[in-house]
Ligand binder design. Structure first.
Ligand code: ATP
Length: 822
């Protein structure tokens, strides 16, 4: 071994002993360069690359060999002057490694080192002397200091260390895997043997599975008993538990979240108008599950028997209730039982009483009707009234207090139930009070004044030779001949069976003829103002004993310029029976009594009825009516709700005609009425309609009375399909079952419009009214718009709704004919 060393020395020359060692060392002991290549085995040692590692290695060798003539201390100094330090222990390891192949010394490292250092520092190898104690201590001290110095590793060294560490880890992992693989292989082999055995002995795999699950559960319970007693948690932790780690649910969730990337629910951002309370924590943030024991022992519903609600056994509950009932009953004394019975009876009686008192008015006898019932009753029929003490309305004809003979007639006529206006106006009329009655078209106003009038006349002495010369007992004024005649027909229906005589005095007929009709006297006269005035003027008729006056469609009479005539007629009435303008006029008792000593003398009763009551009528009312009761059904002046109002904007005359024909030949069933504003338009349209196959007839002021009466009777009898008329037929004309009214020309004012469309939808039946509206009708745009808006069966066309003239009362572009003009 020493000869080897020597030869190495020789061969190495100036390269030094370090090089000798290297040549002998196996490859793995060679230092590596930065790329990991091993340095070449350079013989002369001069070709070493000038890498830091090489320099380190060379330095360390030079230091040991002392060939460069410098002592070890210098070397150490020079080493210390470099920008890095080597761990003294590492140095020793390197030295040991270099020396170990030589195996020349068995001395402890420290000794060797000391010896070498002494050799290197002071003398050549031959003069080796033992190291002194001081030096040894000094050396130890130096080494200790060196150890305490901070150590800095180069990047390569750090990489080397990391590589070694990783290699160790990989090795450990590989070993663990090998072990696991081996265990599994053993387990599989064992399981195969077991399965073979089981099959051999017919062991059912399902039983095996069940046993296995039983065992699992048992194990779970044991474990749960040890921990917190919640064995249901165990399966979730089974894997962890098998590895000796029991994780809480929360921890498992966190682990999952970390490794499986469970998405965090986004926190709700509270909006301004959102719910009042928005909690800014998630359900997951609730820690009560971990901390509160209530969650560890959750309650599960206990169900008893089939069909019972969770946790409630109905039968059991019933039994228990019965038990307590029996117990309470047994404890009660006889006196208590009797008292309880009495109290129960009293309560039941009280309830019956309340229920009885609260019955609907239709279930109560008249004498049990309370103020509240009458209020409800009036609301039910939309009745409103004002003016003094108003009697209660009529619920049934039988309760009305009307003379039974009249009731028989009413029944014969076929009026089963009174209409709303009849319910309120008749009892007021029977009290001999003055009335203003306003109700929609076709609502039975005629009977409202006829029935009290007949009742009134019944109290008066029968007309005979002596008293008939003083004229009729009652007078009905109507604006048009047709209406007067219609009222006459209606009156005859009631009066004739009662033995009362009625005569109409209207224009168009010879005065002589009417005088002839009056020859036998008449309790009731129905007249138009003009002709009646004529008759009064001519002394054909006197009104000396007339005590009941009706002005039907009073507003129309004024509208037609009859106000002066009406005044003349009313002034012709006797003044002796005028009501006083005091509270007595509202006193029913005083008003029904005879005046003074005259047994047949009664106060004059004056009534006015219409569907519309414009302010001008009030002037008339103030002059001739005494403390009238005003009865209104629904809203004054409103069109009847049974009429569907349609408005079409058609200006062009030809288009209007075409549209009219479309309507007449459409879905509507005759009779139908077409209103125009001019007489000539009536004839022209009737001709056109006749040419299409429909039968049309006309009614206007230019026709003879016979022609007018014929036209109306033809329409009523069904001989004509269409009546083309002016406003002459607009008021009060009652033709049954008119299905369609067409305003070919819009009426001049809203009142006329209301009466025109009221020819259909009468007596509770339904009808349609179509109105052609043009730019010439702006005067009525506003009122029409208001009326359509109020109706539930009408729609306002956009052209009308947005029209300038419909925005303000009176419209634009023309002056509205005001009521005060008359
Ligand atoms: N109580 C009633 N029961 C059944 N039908 C009735 C009743 N009262 C009136 N009528 C009928 O109703 C229709 C309309 O009656 P009426 O002509 O008196 O109405 P109106 O209110 O005077 O109408 P307008 O305002 O158009 O003159 C008539 O055919 C009449 O016979």
């Amino acid at each position: 071994m020493s000869s080897n060393r020597q030869s190495d020395y020789r061969r190495g020359g100036a390269d030094g002993g370090g090089h000798r060692d290297r040549s002998r060392s196996p490859d793995r002991n060679r230092p590596r360069d930065r790329d990991g290549d091993r340095y070449s085995n350079n013989r002369n040692g001069r070709d070493y690359r000038d890498s830091r590692d090489n320099r380190d290695a060379r330095d360390s060798r030079d230091t040991r060999d002392g060939r460069d003539g410098r002592d070890g201390r210098d070397n150490r100094d020079s080493r210390g002057g470099r920008d890095y330090y080597r761990d003294s222990r590492s140095s020793r390891e390197v030295r040991d490694r270099d020396r170990s192949p030589a195996g020349s010394s068995s001395r402890p490292d420290t000794e060797k080192d000391s010896a070498m250092d002494v050799d290197q520092g002071s003398a050549p190898l031959a003069r080796k002397v033992p190291i002194s104690l001081e030096e040894l201590i000094k050396k130890k001290e130096q080494e200790k200091q060196a150890l305490e110095k901070p150590k800095f590793l180069s990047k390569e060294e750090r990489a080397q260390l990391a590589m070694e560490k990783r290699a160790k880890e990989v090795e450990a992992q590989r070993k663990a895997q090998d072990l696991e693989r081996q265990q599994r292989a053993e387990f599989d082999a064992k399981a195969r043997v077991e399965v073979q055995d089981n099959n051999r002995y017919g062991y059912d795999s399902r039983i095996a599975a069940r046993d296995r699950s039983d065992r699992e559960r048992e194990r779970g319970r044991d474990r749960a008993g040890r921990s917190n007693g919640d064995w249901r948690k165990e399966p979730a932790n089974a894997d962890a538990a098998s590895s000796g780690i029991v994780l809480a649910d929360k921890e498992i969730e966190l682990v999952k979240k970390r490794y499986m990337g469970i998405e965090e629910k986004e926190r709700k951002i509270r909006k301004r108008n959102d719910k009042k309370f928005v909690f800014d924590w998630n359900a997951d943030d609730d820690t009560s599950r971990d901390l509160n024991p209530i969650y560890t022992h959750r309650h599960s519903a206990q169900l008893f028997g089939r069909g019972h609600f969770a946790g409630v056994d109905v039968k059991d509950r019933k039994d228990r209730d019965q038990f307590y009932d029996k117990l309470l009953a047994a404890r009660r004394t006889d006196a208590e039982v009797t008292r309880a019975g009495e109290l129960g009876d009293m309560a039941a009686q009280k309830e019956r009483k309340i229920n009885y008192a609260d019955r609907h008015w239709s279930e109560k006898p008249l004498d049990q009707m309370r103020e509240r019932d009458w209020r409800i009753f009036k609301e039910d029929f939309n009745i409103s009234c004002k003016g003094g003490s108003i009697p209660n309305p009529i619920r049934r004809w039988s309760e009305s207090g009307i003379d039974p003979k009249i009731l028989v007639v009413i029944d014969k006529v076929g009026y089963k139930e009174p209409t709303p206006i009849q319910r309120q106006a008749i009892p007021i009329g029977l009290q001999n009070r003055d009335i203003i009655g306003i109700a929609e078209t076709g609502s039975g106003k005629t009977a409202s004044f006829l029935i009290p009038m007949l009742h009134f006349i019944f109290d008066l002495p029968k007309l005979n030779e002596q008293n008939m010369v003083h004229g009729p007992y009652s007078l009905i004024l109507a604006p048009t001949r047709e209406l007067a005649q219609q009222i006459e027909q209606e009156t005859i229906k009631f009066a004739a069976p009662l033995g009362l005589n009625c005569v109409s005095i209207v224009g168009g007929h010879a005065v002589e003829e009417q005088a002839f009709n009056l020859r036998n006297g008449a309790e009731i006269i129905i007249a138009t103002p003009g002709r009646l005035k004529d008759c009064l003027d001519r002394r054909i008729l006197v009104l000396n004993q007339c005590t009941y006056v009706v002005m039907d469609e009073a507003d129309r009479m004024i509208d037609m310029g009859f106000e002066a005539d009406v005044n003349f007629i009313l002034d012709a009435l006797p003044v002796s029976n005028l009501k006083p303008d005091t509270d007595d006029a509202e006193d029913a008792h005083k008003m029904t009594m005879a005046i003074g000593d005259e047994p047949n003398q009664k106060y004059r009763q004056t009534t006015m009825f219409s569907a519309t009551m414009p302010p001008a009528v009030e002037r008339l009312a103030k002059r001739y009516l005494r403390r009238p009761a005003v009865v209104t059904i629904g809203t004054a002046g409103q069109a009847v709700e049974t009429v569907e109002q349609r408005v079409e904007m058609v200006t062009d005359e030809n288009k209007k005609k075409n549209r009219l024909m479309d309507l007449l030949k459409g879905q509507f069933i005759p009779p139908m009425i077409v209103f125009v504003n001019q007489k000539k338009s009536c004839d022209m349209l009737a001709k056109m309609i006749n040419s299409t196959g429909l039968r049309a007839t006309t009614l206007h002021g230019g026709k003879s009375q016979e022609q007018r009466e014929l036209a109306l009777s033809q329409l009523k009898s069904g001989k004509s399909d269409v009546l083309v008329a002016t406003d002459v037929a607009g008021r009060g004309i009652d033709v049954q079952n008119v299905s369609l009214v067409v305003n070919f020309d819009m009426a001049k004012n809203i009142e006329d419009y209301t009466h025109r469309i009221g020819r259909t939808g009468r007596a509770g039946k339904s009808g349609v009214a179509v109105t052609f509206l043009s730019s010439y009708d702006t005067d009525v745009y506003y009122d029409l718009k208001q009326m359509l808006t109020k109706s539930t069966l009408a729609t306002v066309p956009a052209e009308l709704r947005n029209h300038e003239a419909a925005m303000t009362k009176g419209g634009v572009g023309g002056r509205r004919r005001g009521n005060d003009e008359f």
